[in-house]
Design a binder for this molecule. Structure first.
Ligand SMILES: [Zn+2]
Length: 214
């Protein structure tokens, strides 16, 4: 989802994309823009490319909250930073007198943190466990770079989730050097990646200046 800001109660959802994966493999999608009935901060337009003029004609949350609640139903929610999405969804459900969701679900952010305690930071990957960094980590950038809209993020999340599952079950085809997943061998900080031809160079800066070529 995309939102007007970070505050789950004061800010509003402006775009939502939900993908439902059924037990026997059936896939359903729900997607809508939502008119937040307030001007968008410039920063949000910059990040998402969405402008006020894209949202004025969109339904308000009063018009879509019930169908979103119905779509989510009693399924298991999967999200990257699940508490963030839950706060926004539940605040919207509450404002519209709908049943709030429980705290359960699968948070790929906390799974990533536990599997890769000090994941390295890839070029243009953002913070260590950001979805964009995981995109580079799992080599998905050819299909997903430049995403920052609700649907693209969800499609990327599905792939990232699959890779996290494979890795946690020991079925991943990729073996990562310790410094990639557990940080600098000297000081424990997350390493920054640069590339030297095909080789990965891990730099620990500004922490201890350790440098490893892999
Ligand atoms: Zn270090």
């Amino acid at each position: 989802m995309e939102t007007t800001g970070l505050d789950g109660y004061r800010d509003r959802i402006i775009e939502i994309f939900l993908l439902s994966l059924g037990k026997s493999g059936e896939v359903e999608e729900y997607e809508t823009l939502i008119n937040p009935e307030r001007p968008l901060p410039a920063k949000i337009t910059e990040i998402t490319g969405l402008k006020d003029s894209d949202l004025v004609g969109a339904p308000t949350e009063r018009e879509v909250a019930a169908e979103i609640r119905e779509f989510v139903g009693f399924g298991t929610l999967v999200a990257h930073n699940l508490p963030f999405d839950l706060r926004f969804l539940n605040a919207m459900f509450k404002r519209n007198n709908l049943l709030e969701m429980g705290a359960g679900g699968i948070d790929t952010l906390s799974i990533s943190r536990s599997l890769f305690p000090k994941l390295c930071i890839y070029p243009e990957g953002g913070g260590s466990h950001r979805l964009s960094n995981l995109m580079y980590h799992f080599g998905l950038e050819d299909s997903y770079a430049n995403a920052h809209r609700a649907k693209d993020d969800v499609m990327l999340l599905v792939e990232v989730f699959r890779h996290l599952q494979e890795y946690s079950m020991g079925q991943s085809s990729i073996l990562y050097p310790e410094a990639v997943t557990h940080g600098c061998p000297t000081c424990g900080s997350a390493m920054n990646v640069t590339y030297l031809g095909d080789q990965m160079v891990l730099n620990c800066k500004p922490s201890c200046a350790a440098r490893l070529v892999i």
